[in-house]
Design a protein around this ligand. Sequence first.
Ligand code: ZN
Length: 423
Amino acid sequence: MPLLLKNATLVSGKKCDLLIEEGRISKIARSISVSADEKLDAKGKLLLPGFVNTHTHAAMSLFRGMAEDMELHSWLSCVRAAEVKLSAPQVGIGTSLACAEMIKGGTTCFSDMYFHMDAAAAAVQKSGMRAVLGYGMVDLGDEKKRKSELSIAEKFVKDWNGKANGRIKCSIAPHSLYLCSAELLQAANELSKKHSIPYHIHLSETREEVFDCLSKNGKRPAHYLDSLGVLSHRAVAAHSVWLTNEEVRLLSSRKVSASLNPASNCKLAGGSAAPMPDMQKFGMNISLGTDGCASNNSLSMFEAMKFCALLQKNSRWDARVARAGSIFTAATLGGAHALGIHAGGIREGKLADLILLDAKSANLSPVHDWTANIVYSANAGNVTDAIINGKIVMKDRKLLTINEEKLVEQAQKEAEKLAAASG
Ligand SMILES: [Zn+2]
């Protein structure tokens, strides 16, 4: 069903019409007059590619505000106590809540790592979002657990990869090198290679992880993963904070993508910033993520962009680093590239994952440089419409795929149950 988008303003300031057919942008021109089944007038609105959030645990939206202002280990035990009580239907509700928040904040695709993933995938299917979903594997060195984790992960791939008109893609997601044995990390890589899907892993989020890896394996995390042969263009390394120059060089030579999660790093008081300028120097692909809602507590990519830029500038004592253009690219094209998705830009042939912003909002005026306004001044409330896979999923801030009022009520009820159950 063709969709015609009229009178949109691009970041360059130019005006254009877009024809969207079969989920893709089929034509971009100053004026297109064809009869389309559906029309959307974008007059006074700014057209952007939707944001790609490359690291989430969507269902953790139910934990929003549950464990606040705590030292890391107390925070972890509080979150884990709630996680063990989390049921599959609750993962479904939490993921729907996350999808609602993400669409309203201009995110059109996210990469998730969690459990009860069938429920998460069903929620994504209904929401109209695009997502890369992976079952988060943990074996703690136990062989029996390893086998069952791998079989759950592969069954999920077989059941869901390419589903929902191609909107759902799967990943292989070994949690991290501290919760996964070398055997699991390697077997996971074989699966990722076999199915040609992303390898989603946490890497060097805390300094403790680096010290532990050094004492256990005699190598820093990136070198350790490389010695296992699991670094490739399929790998997306979430956080990538505590990396040396040598590690950045190595990751970049293996074509690994970084997913920077600055808000989560700051909230959990990680104490440092990912070495973004070095990543850029070595040509590493950079994307942005929010991490789960227990450590952020928002899924806003506008916040991810601003936090990233500010944290980089502040930690480097140099306002010239992490420029608005490179931050915006990381939030869109960098994410699409990391996940192997043909989106993240406004070009003929690309997937029609697009958003519109109210260009006349007070907080976006005046305009000298749209990119700077988007990165430093915009917020989720500026997003008016969202199109994913060629379909309108939000119009004038109303979600068309999700009953937001009912969902918010459900989420509140389930979050209260979880809080009571986990003490
Ligand atoms: Zn995470």
